[in-house]
Design a protein around this ligand. Structure first.
Ligand SMILES: [Zn+2]
Length: 333
C-alpha cells in the first residue's frame, strides 16, 4: 500500500522521537543506578574504553589476536561485575540497555533495508488519524451514554418502552465492541436524529481502537466530498487513496449515510466500498436516518438488495434526546 510523502515524513519523525525517548530514559536509569552504586560508572566507562581500544587494534593491521582476546576477557569480567552490581542493588539485568518500543528494529522502522511491522502499523495509524480528523467528532465512551433520557412509557399498550429497547441496544453495542474481531458482523443503525446512533457508534470505535484495531470513523458528507475532490481533480496524486483506506481498515464506521451530497459518483463509491468490505469480511457500521425504502430511492435497489440486506439492523427509538438535554439545561439555569 502506498502512502503520501507527508504520512512517511510523520512516521519517520515519530520513529526518531521514539529512539530519542529510549536514549533519554536509558540516561535517567543509568544515573539512578550510579547514584546507589558509584562503582558501576567506572566499570561501564572501562568497558567503553576497552571497545575503543579493540577498534583501534583492529585498524592497526598488525597481528592482534592475542591483544583482542585479552581485551575480550577483561570486558567479560567487567560485564560480570556490572551484572552482579545490578542484581545486588535490585535492578533488572536489562537496566542499562535501551528499552525500545519495538525490539525487532530498535525503533528504526527498518531491518536490513526492509520495513519493520511497527513502521507499517504506524503508517496505517497516521493515515487513519488523518482521515478521522475530517470528521469533527471526539470519541465518547459507553460510560457517558445514559438510557434515562429515553421514555419508560411503552410505545403502545403491551409493547416495550423506548428505555427497555435502548437498554438492549446499548448492551448489544457493548458486547459487539468488547468481542470485536475480523469475524464480527456488519451493522446498520437506523432511527431518527438525536437518538444516540452517533454516540454509540463512537463508543464502539473507542473500544475497538483500544483493542488495537485500525478504525476509521467518518461522516458520510465529509468523506464523500473528499473522495469526489480526489477523483475529479486532474492533478491529485492521492487519487483513490481515501477509498482504499476506507476499504482496507479493520472497522469502518460510516456516520449519517444519506446526508451527503448525492451524486451518481458518490452512490457508486458507497456501493463499491461497502460491497468490497462485505465480500472480504471486513466489518462495517453504517448509521442513517433513512428508512430502507428511502435508501433504495436515494441509492438504487442494488445497494439495498446486495449490501444493506447483509447488515444486521439495530433500530433506535425514542424522542430526540438532544432536545430533552437542551430543555434540561435551560431549566437548570
Ligand atoms: Zn520495528
Amino acid at each position: 500500500m502506498a502512502y503520501t510523502k507527508e504520512v512517511y515524513d510523520l512516521a519517520l519523525s515519530e520513529m526518531e522521537k521514539r529512539r530519542t525517548r529510549a536514549e533519554q530514559e536509558l540516561e535517567k536509569r543509568r544515573e539512578k543506578f550510579y547514584a546507589v552504586c558509584p562503582a558501576a560508572q567506572k566499570s561501564e566507562e572501562e568497558i567503553v574504553k576497552i571497545s575503543v581500544a579493540a577498534g583501534r587494534a583492529v585498524l592497526s593491521g598488525s597481528d592482534i589476536r592475542e591483544e583482542l582476546s585479552s581485551l575480550r576477557d577483561r570486558s567479560l569480567v567487567l560485564q560480570g561485575q556490572l551484572s552482579d552490581m545490578l542484581e545486588k542493588n535490585g535492578f533488572s539485568q536489562n537496566w542499562l540497555e535501551e528499552w525500545y518500543e519495538c525490539k525487532l528494529c530498535g525503533d528504526k522502522g527498518y531491518i536490513d533495508g526492509r520495513m519493520c511491522s511497527c513502521m507499517k502499523n504506524l503508517l496505517k495509524k497516521i493515515s487513519y488519524d488523518q482521515l478521522n480528523m475530517i470528521s469533527p467528532l471526539s470519541l465518547s465512551g459507553f460510560d457517558s451514554f445514559s438510557t434515562s433520557y429515553y421514555s419508560d412509557k411503552p410505545l403502545s399498550p403491551g409493547k416495550r418502552s423506548p428505555r427497555e429497547i435502548m437498554t438492549k441496544v446499548e448492551n448489544y453495542c457493548r458486547r459487539y465492541a468488547e468481542n470485536f474481531s475480523d469475524e464480527s458482523n456488519s451493522l446498520i443503525f437506523q432511527g431518527d436524529s438525536g437518538l444516540g446512533k452517533t454516540h454509540l457508534s463512537l463508543a464502539i470505535a473507542q473500544t475497538v481502537i483500544e483493542k488495537g484495531y485500525g478504525v476509521i470513523y467518518v461522516s458520510a458528507p465529509a468523506v464523500f466530498s473528499k473522495i469526489e475532490q480526489e477523483h475529479f481533480s486532474a492533478y491529485s496524486e492521492n487519487r483513490g487513496d481515501t477509498e482504499r483506506l476506507l476499504t482496507e481498515c479493520d472497522l469502518l464506521i460510516l456516520d449519517d449515510l444519506g446526508s451527503e451530497f448525492n451524486s451518481k459518483y458518490t452512490a457508486s463509491a458507497i456501493y463499491n466500498i461497502i460491497n468490497i468490505r462485505i465480500l472480504s469480511h471486513r466489518p462495517t457500521i453504517i448509521s442513517t436516518n433513512l428508512t430502507i425504502p428511502e435508501i433504495e430511492k436515494q441509492y438504487g435497489s442494488r445497494l439495498v438488495s446486495r449490501v444493506i440486506g447483509m447488515l444486521d439492523r439495530v433500530e433506535f427509538v425514542g424522542t430526540d434526546i438532544r432536545q430533552i438535554k437542551r430543555r434540561e439545561r435551560k431549566n437548570n439555569k
